[in-house]
Design a protein around this ligand. Structure first.
Ligand code: NI
Ligand code: MN
Length: 228
C-alpha cells in the first residue's frame, strides 16, 4: 500500500500509511499558507522537531481531540504533557522510539529551541522515520547545513524534507549541498514562503537539485500530496 504524504505548508506534513495518520509540526492556525483548518485534522501520532511556535502549532488541540500520541524530545514532549495531552513519548537525540507505525530516531539539528511560553525546549531535532513498509523519511526540522548529514544518509533515506527558506534555516544553496550529503531518492522543500523573510522560488531550487544531485525534487503546493 502506498504511503500518502501531504504538505501542510511550512514544516508541516501529514503521512498516511493506510493504517495510521502521522502529523509532523502541524502549524495551521496563524499560518497564512495553511490549506485547511486545524479542526479538520485528525492524527494518531504527532511528531515535533522542536519547541518553536511555528512547529508546535496546533499540536495540543489536535492531540486532545484525536487522542494522539505526541513524540518529541524530553523537554518538548513533557511541555505538551503539561498542557493536558495524555499520551506522550519523549526520546532524545540519537535514540529511537518504537511505535505501531514504525520507528522514529531523533537526530541533531543546528538551530535553537524554546517552547511557545518561552520555557526551555531542549535541543532541536531532525527525525528519521521508518515506516512498517520500510519507507524511510528524514525530516531535518529547522537547521543549518552540517556535514554529519552524511551519517544520516548512511541509513538509506527514501524521502528527505529539507528547509530552503534561508534566514531562520539553511537556504537554497546549502540545501542542495545537504541533498548531496543525505543522498535521498526524493527530496521535498520545507520552511519557505510562509513569511516575507523566507520567500523562495521553489522552481529554482528544483532545477538546482536536478542539475547537481541524483535526487528527484518534489515540489507540492500547500495541501498537495504525493504517493510513495
Ligand atoms: Ni524554529
Ligand atoms: Mn521554524
Amino acid at each position: 500500500m502506498a504511503t500518502k504524504i501531504t504538505w501542510l505548508g511550512h514544516s508541516g506534513f501529514k503521512i498516511e500509511t493506510g493504517t495510521h495518520t502521522l502529523l509532523i509540526d502541524p502549524f495551521i492556525s496563524g499560518n497564512p499558507l495553511a490549506p485547511m483548518r486545524a479542526d479538520e485534522l485528525h492524527a494518531d501520532f504527532i511528531l515535533l522537531t522542536h519547541g518553536h511556535g511555528d512547529h508546535v502549532g496546533d499540536t495540543v488541540s489536535i492531540a486532545k481531540r484525536s487522542n494522539a500520541t505526541v513524540i518529541g524530545n524530553f523537554e518538548v514532549a513533557n511541555w505538551i504533557g503539561k498542557q493536558g495531552v495524555k499520551n506522550i513519548s519523549s526520546p532524545n537525540t540519537g535514540g529511537t522510539g518504537k511505535y505501531d507505525f514504525g520507528t522514529v530516531k531523533l537526530t541533531i539539528a543546528f538551530h535553537s529551541s524554546s517552547m511557545p511560553d518561552g520555557s526551555y525546549g531542549g535541543q532541536p531535532n531532525g527525525m528519521i522515520i521508518t515506516l512498517n513498509n520500510d519507507l524511510r523519511i528524514y525530516h531535518a526540522g529547522d537547521t543549518a547545513l552540517f556535514s554529519d548529514m552524511q551519517l544520516i544518509g548512511e541509513f538509506g533515506i527514501d524521502v528527505a524534507m529539507l528547509p530552503i527558506g534561508d534566514f531562520f534555516t539553511m537556504g537554497l544553496e546549502e540545501c542542495v549541498r545537504a541533498v548531496r550529503l543525505v543522498r535521498p531518492r526524493y527530496v521535498m522543500p520545507t520552511h519557505y514562503n510562509t513569511f516575507p523573510p523566507i520567500v523562495q522560488d521553489a522552481a529554482d531550487w528544483a532545477n538546482m537539485v536536478t542539475r547537481r544531485t541524483e535526487a528527484a525534487a518534489i515540489v507540492l503546493d500547500p495541501g498537495g500530496s504525493h504517493d510513495f
